[in-house]
Design a protein around this ligand. Structure first.
Ligand SMILES: Cc1cc2nc3c(=O)[nH]c(=O)nc-3n(C[C@H](O)[C@H](O)[C@H](O)COP(=O)(O)OP(=O)(O)OC[C@H]3O[C@@H](n4cnc5c(N)ncnc54)[C@H](O)[C@@H]3O)c2cc1C
Length: 432
């Protein structure tokens, strides 16, 4: 096969996906429309890529790869409704919102994703009063397969599909987000045993705005994180403590620990025991986005499963058994988060309170038997895999997990009948 002249190689953040494809870099919405129309007319495909932070092959282009990073401007601020171009990163969005005394009501762990990429895969943080970032989308503008620029609002029948469209429905060019007045969080983090954390959840989840915990494999220990909205930003983290915990220990030291564990797998349980015991308590205040998001420089691969909240203890008990049976060691902690229901058709939290269980392995360490075993536990519980994190499900197996799955497919047939926006991943999870 000959390689087209303007083709370029791409890899995702996790370095587990790559592709070579022709590159499109539109600088305006009209250019997006022209390039999409040309692709449709000539029987070619277009895959938009955001920041490449998905672990699945959802952003892998096999024909033309469109970057929308030049569409990264603020369009308007109208009270709490903020309209931005879709290629803006969450970190840039957070800066723009702060300048306008606004904030996103909730965020995930990092801020490197683009607004469109984050919304399109169901990116979420933690907090029972919150759902995926897609639930904050008030309206959006998208270029569909025939090159038409369409605006979707709550009044549009397609709205529950296009808010979280997996990149399968069109190229999002503008997003209006419902934001909230800027707020301060009090973060309280403390090491605890797993049984104590599980015992306290029913009390903390409704009481605190954002609750999550990390659990270290081969130990019964972890770190509980509770973030609460407060009026005063009176306990800022010292620069040194912030650097020590979030940069030095979480990145530099953790990188060394992980590479030792990968080289000498037998040391992993002891290393995890030391890591879990080295955890310390801290309490500080900060602006919301600075508390939610940290830098993640140690590379890993990840699976994240959403299950009905009540199923969490069963899943964690099964993971303990999985650790014992795996032919390799698991070093990264398991992360557990909680969200409330929404009505977005392909949202993991559609119609129910959720627990999210995230499994990670250090870059280059084996993971597939671990992830498959976790999936085998979560699937019969009605579990829904994060669209941007590794999983092995296909359309047939996903249909029963999403009550509005076929409605989503009908919108896809209407907006992209010739599958201009498809790729191998979308064919697997949505069907051809
Ligand atoms: C270190 C790390 C931490 C993470 N933390 C979290 C977390 O806390 N919570 C969470 O839920 N997830 C998390 N993720 C997953 C991540 O948020 C999602 O995979 C997200 O989709 C990545 O955004 P992106 O801009 O990189 O999109 P990409 O991965 O590049 O693309 C994802 C999908 O969006 C589509 N897309 C992108 N732009 C457009 C557009 N303009 N129009 C239409 N479709 C578009 C792509 O075609 C593709 O289908 C994390 C990932 C990493 C690597």
């Amino acid at each position: 096969m000959t390689t087209p002249v303007n083709s370029r190689r791409w890899t995702n953040w996790g370095l587990n996906q790559e592709s070579v494809a022709d590159v499109l870099t539109p600088g305006s919405v009209d250019e997006v429309a022209t390039q999409v129309k040309q692709a449709g007319d000539s029987g070619r495909r277009v895959k938009v890529v955001g920041s490449g932070h998905s672990f699945t092959s959802i952003a892998v282009a096999d024909d033309q790869r469109m970057y929308v990073h030049r569409l990264n401007h603020l369009i308007s601020v109208d009270g709490p409704l903020v309209t931005v171009q879709a290629g803006m990163t969450l970190s840039a969005l957070n800066r723009v919102l702060a300048e306008n005394d606004l904030a996103m009501p909730n965020l995930g762990d990092i801020d490197a994703q683009t607004v469109a990429g984050a919304v399109s895969t169901g990116t979420h943080g933690t907090g029972i009063g919150h759902a995926t970032l897609a639930s904050c989308v008030e309206s959006l503008t998208m270029v569909t397969a025939d090159g038409t620029i369409r605006r979707y609002t709550a009044a549009s029948p397609e709205f529950p599909a296009v808010r979280l469209g997996l990149g399968a429905l069109g190229v999002i060019v503008e997003v209006t987000l419902r934001c909230v007045p800027a707020f301060t969080l009090l973060a309280e983090e403390r090491p605890m045993t797993l049984p104590d954390m599980l015992a306290g959840l029913d009390e903390w989840i409704p009481q605190d705005d954002h609750v999550e915990f990390f659990w270290y494999p081969y130990t019964d220990r972890g770190q509980l994180k509770r973030n609460r909205r407060v009026e005063l930003d009176d306990r800022p983290l010292s620069r040194f403590r912030g650097w020590l915990d979030d940069e030095f220990l979480s990145n530099t030291v953790w990188q060394g620990v992980c590479s030792l564990g990968r080289r000498v797998p037998g040391t992993v349980p002891a290393l995890n025991g030391i890591a879990a015991r080295a955890l310390s308590a801290r309490s500080y205040t900060g602006r919301s986005h600075e508390v939610f998001c940290t830098s993640r420089r140690v590379k890993f691969t990840e699976m994240e499963y959403e299950v009905p909240r009540a199923a969490l203890p069963e899943v964690l008990a099964a993971i303990t058994r999985i650790f014992e049976e795996l032919p390799f060691r698991v070093q990264f902690p398991v992360e557990v988060r909680f969200t409330g229901p929404d009505d977005v058709w392909l949202s993991h939290g559609h119609g129910r309170e959720s627990a999210y269980i995230a499994a990670h392995q250090y870059l280059g360490a084996p993971y597939e038997p671990y992830f498959r075993a976790l999936e085998a536990v979560c699937t019969p519980l009605g579990g829904r895999p994060h669209w941007g994190k590794l999983h092995y499900r296909d359309a047939e197996s996903l249909r029963p997990a999403y009550p509005r799955f076929d409605d989503f497919l009908a919108v896809r047939n209407e907006l992209d009948p010739r599958r201009v926006f498809t790729n191998e991943y979308l064919t697997r999870v949505l069907g051809s």
